[in-house]
Write a protein that binds this ligand. Structure first.
Ligand SMILES: Cc1cc2nc3c(=O)[nH]c(=O)nc-3n(C[C@H](O)[C@H](O)[C@H](O)COP(=O)(O)O)c2cc1C
Length: 201
């Protein structure tokens, strides 16, 4: 069965990027499992999604049929990113660790896909995610080791993505890590270990 794959890249290290390499390896394994899948790649660094601003935030809450041309332009990024997300079956998210968290370009993407009434809503029992039926694979890369040992107390990226994307309805999330990329005696095998850990379900 063919799938629509969306691969998000957010590394600022270009061709040297480990999260991009890991993301490509994940995509390749998905394509092997689902031949003929459509792949859409999105480089969030090149896209330069702006930070949320007061005027964009206000515009998020205006009903679609009441938007002026100028307002439509203000939420163009958001509308296009949401459309692209909803069209995908499988999303591969490159998540390089930058200063203990995700890169700002990936945070900007999250801020622009989070739309009340579109990607999440409210029910009597609280918020409900509307982006359902997706499979998410996270390609993490980090200089240090955070999945175990002394670094574990600072393991924010995987729990954050799991919690927040889960809030939007993307509850089926698997993380693969290339970690210890700057740790002697760990870095040599980090990428190989990460690629070998990939399992597509
Ligand atoms: C600005 C910057 C900040 C970083 N901060 C951290 C950090 O807090 N913890 C860590 O383990 N590695 C940190 N690193 C190392 C990166 O996680 C590592 O280079 C990783 O390979 C980045 O992913 P990429 O190769 O896809 O760009 C940082 C790297 C840069 C360039």
């Amino acid at each position: 069965m063919m799938k629509h794959i969306l691969h998000l890249k957010s590394s600022i290290q270009g061709k040297e990027s480990y999260s991009i390499k890991l993301g490509h390896a994940i995509v390749e394994k998905i394509q092997n499992k689902y031949p003929g899948s459509i792949l859409e790649e999105l480089n969030l660094v090149d896209l330069e999604i702006p930070h949320l601003s007061p005027v964009v935030l206000r515009t998020f809450f205006i009903p679609a049929d009441q938007l002026t041309e100028e307002e439509k332009e203000l939420i163009r990024f958001s509308d296009e990113l949401v459309k692209q997300l909803l069209a995908a079956d499988i999303i591969v998210i490159g998540a390089p660790l930058i200063n203990f968290t995700i890169p700002t370009s990936l945070k900007a993407w999250i801020d622009h896909i989070t739309r009340a009434g579109i990607t999440f809503g409210y029910s009597e029992n609280g918020p409900v995610g509307k982006v359902t039926g997706k499979k998410i694979y996270v390609a993490m890369s980090s200089g240090g080791v955070y999945s175990e040992g002394p670094g574990k107390v600072n393991d924010f990226v995987a729990p954050y993505l799991k919690a927040f994307l889960g809030f939007l309805g993307m509850t089926d999330l698997t993380v693969f890590r290339a970690e210890g990329l700057k740790v002697p005696e760990v870095k040599e095998l980090a990428m190989e270990k990460a690629i070998n850990s990939i399992e597509i379900d």
